[in-house]
Design a protein around this ligand. Structure first.
Ligand code: PBG
Length: 317
């Protein structure tokens, strides 16, 4: 009889580290990770959550120099502008904060992949991801042109890849039409999540009224996430992204099984903060928990993981 104990003993391949490394089904390396970075008029270090610090353009250049030295090859830029207005006009200004950062980084790090988050919420005075109409509703179609304009200004300043994250219908088509040559990572299934808290503090992007449930996805839905992915593929997305990651690993798996496109997952600020807090309380080992978390996201089917641990992870290797 084969396949049954005592002939089969699954522990045989677990005996040494070399054996375990040889047969591991899921790899996790620095090349799979994207480091998010925040650029603002003034730096604001974050001791508790180091991956969620704000950098000025000047300190960003130093930070990126460190990241590149550690082997990081892609970063995702977010901007925190000096001034916000109703339309979020600093998002697409030629001298906006992200555009300045791109112009500083591009010539210094020609090999580094510069991804940008394309959204209006950090730039609008009301904190919503699109423009708000007279009734206080986020106006889908009026927002599309502004989102496309923002993406174009990022590419003109040196971005390699744009990542629309606003969850307006038709945003990928609008960006695709404006930028036929630029890779688009679509935040296809972005849930209305409680796990964005630390990000909103750093990016100063919490909505001033209401919430984002009118445009971000309901946490109970997975089939709808596949419809979002399908739409983005049809509109010209090159890569799909699921966000958050850990509470939505089933969505990552469903998207992996349905689509051949490269798939990313965003291990968001609240997921990072939970582990940091538990580690600070002495309840778990941060490094082990982080590696396990990132491995699980890869195992669920993500090719790429956007994570605030990217720098720390690179240092652990
Ligand atoms: C912009 C955006 C958000 C995040 C990424 N892009 C915030 C939001 O939707 O409120 C969250 C990322 C994180 O929590 O790490 N719309």
């Amino acid at each position: 009889m084969t396949g049954v104990f005592p002939v089969t003993r699954l522990r045989r391949l677990r005996r040494t580290g070399a054996l375990r490394d040889l047969v591991r089904e899921t790899s996790l390396g620095v090349d799979d990770l994207v480091m998010p970075l925040f650029v603002a008029p003034d730096p604001l270090p974050n001791e508790r959550l180091p991956g969620l610090a704000r950098h000025s353009v000047e300190t960003l250049v130093h930070e990126v120099d460190d990241l590149v030295g550690l082997g990081i090859r892609s970063v995702l830029l977010f901007g925190v502008p000096a001034e916000k207005d109703e339309e979020g006009s600093e998002a697409w200004r030629d001298d906006g904060i992200v555009q300045q950062a791109l112009r500083a980084l591009r010539p210094r790090f020609p090999e580094l992949l510069l991804l940008t988050d394309v959204c209006l919420c950090e730039y609008t005075s009301h904190g919503h991801c699109g423009v708000v109409d007279a009734d206080g509703e986020v106006d889908n179609d009026a927002s599309l042109e502004l989102i496309a304009r923002t993406a174009v200004s990022h590419v003109e300043a040196g971005a390699d890849v744009v990542c629309p994250s606003d969850m307006m219908d038709g945003r990928v088509a609008a960006v695709r039409e404006a930028l036929p040559q630029t890779p688009i990572v679509a935040y296809s299934a972005k849930y209305a999540s409680a796990f964005y808290g630390p990000f909103r503090d750093v990016a100063d992007s919490a909505p001033a009224f209401g919430d984002r449930r009118g445009y971000q996805m309901d946490p109970g839905n997975v089939r709808e996430a596949l419809r979002e992915c399908e739409q983005d593929v049809a509109e010209g997305a090159d890569m799909l992204m699921i966000k958050p990651a850990l509470p939505y690993l089933d969505v990552v798996r469903a998207a992996r099984d349905r689509f051949e496109h490269p798939l990313a997952a965003y291990n968001v600020s609240g997921e990072y903060a939970m582990v940091k807090a538990a580690a600070a309380a002495g309840d778990l080992d941060e490094r082990a928990a982080a590696v396990e978390t990132l491995t699980a996201i890869r195992r669920a089917g993500a090719d790429v993981v956007v994570t605030y641990w990217a720098k720390e992870f690179a240092g652990w290797h």
